[in-house]
Design a protein around this ligand. Structure first.
Ligand SMILES: Cc1ncc(COP(=O)(O)O)c(C=O)c1O
Length: 305
């Protein structure tokens, strides 16, 4: 099913795509009061496999809890609703968006009297940074926008409001001729992309910023850490100064929409030799073999629907 067609699961019922609407005075429209998550599904031997379904559902419930939202389903039933949405729409490889938002009710900032709506939508969505990005790589700039300080917007929650910051980063990067932006945290350490986590390779060691650098704890990030460790690579989660970007041998971005994308230029400087690096390629292959069903799902990441 393409974007704009099919059925959306809204508060426990499937409704036609065009009818999944909300009121203009819904709380979320005015105050950004929503949380969401995204899941990817892959066609494997005629079946559909959802990638790390339980982990995405858990993070969704965590995001909601941080914002005092009580999702009125168990994680198990909600995961089943995601699987059903993929089936009902007869999708194979697809992207699924799950979200909860404060709906129409009292106006004002105290949100706990507004009803909470929960929805799931699925559609075919290719590579977020373009189909060639996985091989050719992308150019990034260090954003003039910082990620929120830890005591402002909680970045461990995948909350709609956090993406105002991401949009400012992305607009600046695209208008300046780059593909993507990398933000620093408020202490000046490397944080993440507008919708991706970041990894850097130097002298054969893999580095990624820690949770305390205002990042979203990405599921692809956890996935890459597990695969890299399995390959015998040393992985360090530590605060990284900006200049690490300029002396890294390889850099790549990870995310559900993005998958694993090499960064070949930062602030107009070539990363390493200026092309996708060997460790990036090896980690990509390792993941894509699992999601293509070519390698054993030894971590138990696939749920067949
Ligand atoms: C801000 C941000 N950081 C990181 C990620 C990567 O997270 P994941 O790998 O779970 O998709 C995303 C995408 O979901 C994101 O929006």
């Amino acid at each position: 099913m393409t974007f704009g067609k099919g059925k959306i699961w809204l508060n426990g019922k499937f409704v036609p795509w065009k009818d999944a609407k909300i009121h203009v005075l819904a709380h979320v429209i005015h105050y950004g009061s929503s949380v969401f998550d995204s899941v990817r599904c892959y066609p494997i031997r005629g079946k559909v496999a959802v990638f790390r379904l339980g982990d995405h559902v858990k993070r969704f419930f965590d995001s909601a809890k941080i914002h005092h939202m009580d999702i009125p389903y168990s994680q198990k039933n909600f995961a089943a609703a995601i699987a059903k949405t993929v089936q009902v729409n007869k999708l194979k490889g697809c992207y699924v968006r799950l979200f909860a938002f404060r709906d129409y009710g009292p106006m004002g900032l105290f949100p706990l009297k507004n009803p909470l709506s929960v929805a799931i939508a699925a559609w075919n969505w290719g590579q977020y940074l373009g189909p060639e990005s996985m091989i050719k790589g992308v150019s990034v700039k260090v954003s003039s926008w910082r990620r929120p300080a830890p005591d402002t917007h909680p970045t461990m929650s995948k909350a709609g409001g956090n993406y105002q910051n991401s949009q400012l980063m992305k607009i600046e990067a695209v208008q300046d001729g780059y593909d993507e932006a990398i933000a620093l945290d408020t202490a000046g350490f490397i944080s993440e992309g507008s919708g991706e986590n970041i990894f850097l390779v130097r002298d054969g060691v893999l580095y990624t910023p820690p949770i305390s650098s205002s990042i979203l704890p990405g599921i692809r990030r956890q996935t890459v850490v597990a695969l890299a460790q399995e390959m015998g690579l040393k992985v360090l989660k530590k605060a990284l100064p900006r200049e690490f970007l300029y002396i890294a041998d390889e850099i790549f971005l990870t995310g559900t929409a993005t998958e694993i994308v090499p960064v070949t230029k930062v602030d107009k400087m070539a990363v390493g030799s200026g092309v996708r690096g060997p460790i990036t390629e090896q980690i990509q292959k390792c993941l894509f073999d699992i999601t293509a069903g070519k390698a054993d799902d030894r971590f138990g990441w696939l749920t067949f629907v």
